[in-house]
Design a protein around this ligand. Structure first.
Ligand SMILES: [Zn+2]
Length: 388
């Protein structure tokens, strides 16, 4: 394999996050980034395929959700008990099928491969190239995220209690519920009304840039008996859509070992994502984590574990399909009171929240990216490919 040249990687990063800029899935920037990545893969002589898929934009989905439940909630005030319960349950059923009935946009996964098919090993390096809508308020986001489902269930339970006749004074009960429920739906409208899109330099032009340069370095002479895949996934910020489509399309053999890169441009600390979630937990592959950790140490860095309690990564759909996958990321560290609270409250010792505070903001720009980080990430990924 050839040397990893961090300057080349930085050019990709600049192209994606500065020249193209915001890359919200389904928009012009997204399409331009996808074209750019395809051309880079083809320029390295890799076999390249573009797989288009459709998805419901997250913001529209959140707004529709808020609209549905707010209207139903207001209707509950006027409806008789039995009908209230029917309406509430019907709205939940409609909500669950929003992904099927709402208008869709298009995005792409770009898949490149090197090496011979039917090799002993299949290794995939992935990174999402879309960027996110700017977050209006992280606190509001956490409130909505953790209060929404319990609120749906509590309303259903109270409406059911009313049908059974164990509840009196409906107007008062409804008013108390409204104090909790209406702020949640207003919060959803506010969050989904963000118009600005992050340039996504760290999240995740950095991961794509490193992947593209690793692809160039490895394209001509991949390790013996290994089929290498390089995948730029689309619409990650819309709910890991590109990764889900990859799994569903069976584009990768089931025994593929998958390393995802997400946010590798900022901060001195290197992390192996140990798992995701708080209530529904999903652990990454311990076998791959061991190799990744060794390769981080091989690059002269300290390897740390990170339980991403509040974030999801593109490896999750692969884990759900019983494939082996993990994610590499870097961060600035810092105080992290939220992370320590989650660690203690839920027994997740490696839980932490990201310290780089420009994620999903207009400030996530190339100027904040450290060339040394790009260099280290390149060494880590090449080391991973060699050691596996
Ligand atoms: Zn990301």
């Amino acid at each position: 394999m050839q040397e990893f040249e961090s300057r080349r990687a930085f050019e990709h990063l600049d192209k994606l996050a500065y020249e193209i800029g915001p890359r919200l899935a389904g928009t012009r920037g997204d399409r331009m980034a996808s074209d750019y990545i395809r051309k880079q893969f083809e320029g390295c002589g890799l076999k390249t395929r573009v797989r288009e898929f459709k998805f419901v934009p997250r913001a529209a989905w959140v707004k529709t959700t808020a609209f549905l439940f707010t209207s139903a909630f207001i209707a509950l005030l006027f409806l008789p008990p039995e009908l209230s319960l029917v309406v509430w349950l019907a709205v939940i059923v409609i909500w669950r099928s929003l992904d099927k009935i709402m208008p869709k946009r298009r995005s792409q996964n770009i898949i490149a491969s090197a090496g011979t098919k039917k090799s002993k090993r299949c290794v995939a390096i992935t990174a999402h190239y879309d960027s996110a809508l700017c977050i209006v308020s992280y606190k509001l986001y956490l409130f909505v995220r953790f209060a929404f489902l319990p609120a749906l269930i509590i309303v259903a339970a109270i409406v059911a209690a009313r049908v059974l006749g164990v509840l009196q004074g409906w107007i008062i009960v409804w008013s108390v519920l409204a104090i909790v429920f209406l702020p949640i739906s207003i919060g959803m409208f506010i969050l989904a009304s963000s118009r600005r899109v992050s340039p996504g330099a760290d999240d995740n032009a950095s991961g794509v840039a490193v992947m593209l340069e690793v692809a160039r370095a490895a394209a001509e002479s991949p390790p013996a008996d290994t089929e290498l895949f390089f995948i730029a996934s689309g619409a990650e910020e819309q709910g890991l859509v590109g990764a889900r489509k990859l799994v569903a399309s069976k584009a990768l053999p089931r025994d593929t070992l998958l390393l995802n890169l997400d946010g590798v441009g900022v901060g001195p600390h290197s992390y192996v994502i140990e798992g995701n979630g708080i209530f529904r937990r999903r652990r990454t592959s311990s076998q791959l984590n061991q190799v990744l950790s060794n390769s981080i140490k091989g690059a002269g860095l300290e390897s740390r574990l990170w339980w991403a309690a509040l974030a999801r990564h593109d490896h999750v759909p692969f884990l759900q399909a019983k494939m082996r996958a993990t994610t590499y990321t870097t961060d600035v560290g810092g105080k992290d009171r939220l992370g320590r609270f989650i660690a203690r409250a839920f027994g997740l010792p490696n839980a932490r929240a990201r310290g780089y505070r420009y994620i999903h903001t207009l400030e996530d720009t190339p100027e904040r990216i450290e060339l040394a980080n790009i260099e280290r990430a390149g060494q880590v990924v090449l080391g991973f490919i060699k050691q596996i």
